[in-house]
Design a protein around this ligand. Structure first.
Ligand code: SF4
Ligand code: SF4
Length: 339
């Protein structure tokens, strides 16, 4: 493994701005948010925990023109994204998005292009948030796959791991910036990882979340339970739990005039909203709020494990923090387990 000093890493990022739109995590009061790296800009924080917003918004935009005058495949013509400091929970989120949007025949061309041409420089978590429960869904709080380069923060820089050919090429073409890592540094990152993991495990245990291989059975067993009605009582149907989630990917299309042309736009949709599943004749298979809450859990903990062999929740805890009704996914899962 290699080591890079923070100052050299600043240099590396600056050199990437020619080919990429480089997004860096910054402290914004109590939260971490992403914004573009500017000229001579070194004001960013690697480490900490996942950002407030999910990283999907750089690949699957909240609103995007996808066709014009009936011609599809409008391709974004700007530079691909380079996301710095991405966390393991967000990287796992891409497994679901890739499954949905990448396909030779009917994939989403803008998403596919951004994923193919983009660069991901991930980072270990150096702490855990109040709502984090990644370990309960079998994710460690450090990236193990799905990145190009990973950074493990140590005192005055980062231990660097490569995860793809693109990442290896990046290191190779900038090798003068790196030095070999020391055993002491490796020991430090191992200790950091153990500390953070223990803290997440402790908090997930306190919430009594069912162990991951029971989640699917629990959802199926409790499909007709009254817990769904109880749990949905405080929901105000805002859809924040969907928009903030790194694995939620539903969208709707609408047409409108844009610059004198007929344009088709794609915007994020939410399965918690009343009309999400309404069909043309007016019928609605999930016209009750509790049915929609149950569907959200079913998709994450039953459907995706079945079709993708991946849990559709990464334990990032964003939906807990975002919900105005204070509906806590961990509590709902714990209630389902004990009945
Ligand atoms: S369901 Fe909630 S905790 Fe799970 S990935 Fe989505 S936002 Fe994160
Ligand atoms: S964020 Fe909370 S209140 Fe809003 S739709 Fe989701 S569960 Fe309901």
């Amino acid at each position: 493994m290699l080591f890079i000093k923070r100052g050299k890493f600043d240099q590396l990022l600056k050199s990437l701005t020619g080919d990429y739109k480089v997004y860096v995590p910054r402290s914004m009061g109590d939260i971490t948010g992403y914004s573009l790296l500017g000229e001579s800009d070194t004001n960013y924080e690697i480490g900490e925990i996942r950002s407030f917003d999910p990283l999907k918004s750089f690949y699957f935009l909240g609103r995007e023109k996808v066709a014009e005058d009936f011609k599809p495949n409008i391709i974004r013509d700007d530079k691909p994204p380079c996301i710095v400091g991405a966390k393991a929970c967000d990287l796992k989120g891409f497994r679901v998005l890739d499954f949905v949007f990448i396909d030779d025949e009917c994939g989403d061309p803008t998403y596919m292009k951004a994923r193919e041409n983009g660069l991901i420089i991930s980072a270990d978590c150096t702490g855990s948030g109040e709502t984090c429960f990644c370990t309960a869904v079998d994710i460690n709080p450090w990236p193990e796959s799905d990145f190009d380069v990973n950074l493990s923060p140590v005192d005055d820089g980062f231990i660097v791991t490569t995860g793809s050919d693109k990442g290896s090429d990046l290191i190779e073409s900038n090798k003068s910036l790196f030095t070999p890592s020391t055993e002491a540094q490796i020991e430090v990152i191992q200790q950091n990882r153990n500390t953070v993991k223990s803290s997440v495990i402790k908090s997930a245990k306190e919430c009594r979340i069912p162990v991951s291989d029971r989640l699917r059975r629990v959802i199926k067993k409790q499909y007709e339970s009254n817990i769904w009605k109880d749990a949905s009582e405080d929901c105000v149907e805002c859809g924040a739990c969907n928009t903030i989630c790194p694995t939620c990917h539903c969208f709707l299309l609408y047409d409108q005039k844009s610059d004198g042309r007929l344009a088709r736009f794609r915007i994020w949709d939410s399965c918690m909203i009343h009309d999400f599943a309404r069909v043309a004749g007016g019928d609605n298979p999930r016209d009750r709020l509790w049915m929609r809450l149950r569907n959200r859990f079913d998709k994450k903990f039953n459907y995706f494990p079945e079709v993708l062999k991946e849990i559709g929740c990464t334990g990032c805890g964003r939906c807990i923090a975002a919900c105005p009704g204070k509906i806590d996914i961990r509590e709902v899962l714990a209630r389902l387990e004990v009945r």
